[in-house]
Design a protein around this ligand. Structure first.
Ligand code: ADP
Ligand code: MG
Length: 260
């Protein structure tokens, strides 16, 4: 069975893309068949996997979604890129913002991405969707297509209000669009300093959101090595395999796998 996980937070810069890359590559290293979907018109995931110019790609997620919208069938493996680190990528570029606007007038507009994913899920054990930093139509498509979500939060700037809004949106999505949607967990990213602080924030989140939202034991430390990876176009496992960020993402991979 394929598990579809959306990596989501409407706040930008919290580590969604970095987490998608490293969780995805980490799962592939454990022998899983992994597809990463870039659902951000900025194409950050696409760039992070080594594609220098997403805007020059002629087959991207927006073409896939247009095909679904127009009831056209897709050629096998349409648009998919194979990364040297063992994951497949459905890239995105600026054209996705046009598709996003066009979606408003489409019938079953929240189900377009799900329709595509249903057609390729047999080929994968995990599909991770790197959401953009909004709760717009493409993100709603990602939530409708997902079995669960991972919410990266930058620990230093914990925005309880932002998290509340996100959890409310997830609740509504579950109620109206996707009754199976679960919360895989919250992962703290870019953690600076001592772990005591991490523990404090963690218990605060657990206190506010109760037992129904898991906080992952893995906490991703702040490290310039992690910041370098997107420019390098590789995962942390290739860039700094023995560093603390690689170790933390390895731990996250284990926790996700433990749910199987
Ligand atoms: P988002 O996708 O939520 O916007 P990104 O994954 O792109 O967030 O991360 C935002 C910025 O923070 C990027 O420049 C990235 O390289 C950097 N970054 C991500 N994770 C870490 C980390 N653990 N330590 C330091 N910098 C990080
Ligand atoms: Mg991103």
């Amino acid at each position: 069975m394929c598990k579809v996980i959306s990596v989501v937070n409407q706040k930008g810069g919290v580590g969604k893309t970095t987490t998608t890359v490293n969780l995805g590559v980490g799962l592939a290293k454990q022998g899983k068949r992994v597809l990463l979907i870039d659902a951000d018109p900025q194409g950050s995931l696409t760039i992070s996997l080594g594609e220098r110019n997403p805007d020059q790609l002629s087959e991207t997620l927006s073409d896939v979604m247009e095909c679904v919208i127009n009831d056209k069938s897709l050629p096998e493996n349409f648009g998919l890129l194979r990364s040297t680190e063992g994951v497949d990528l459905m890239p995105a570029n600026i054209e996705l913002s046009g598709t996003e606007v066009g979606l408003f007038n489409v019938m079953s507009r929240e189900y377009v991405l799900k329709s595509y994913i249903d057609s390729v899920s047999k080929n994968y054990d995990y599909i991770l969707i790197d959401c953009n930093s909004s709760l717009g139509m493409v993100t709603m498509n990602a939530l409708t297509a997902a079995d669960s979500v991972i919410i990266p939060i930058e620990a230093a700037y914990l925005s309880v209000k932002g998290l509340q809004q996100l959890i409310t949106t997830l609740g509504r999505t579950k109620k109206y669009l996707n009754p199976n949607l679960g919360i895989e967990g919250i992962v703290f990213t870019k953690m600076v300093g001592r772990t005591n602080y991490a523990k404090e924030i963690k218990s605060m989140v657990e206190e506010i959101y109760g037992k129904n939202v898991r906080v992952f034991g893995a906490v991703i430390p702040h490290s310039v090595r992690a910041a370098e990876t997107s420019a390098e176009g590789v995962s942390i496992f290739r860039h700094d395999p023995r560093g603390k960020v690689a170790a933390a993402y390895k731990k996250l991979v284990k926790e996700v796998l433990a749910d199987e």
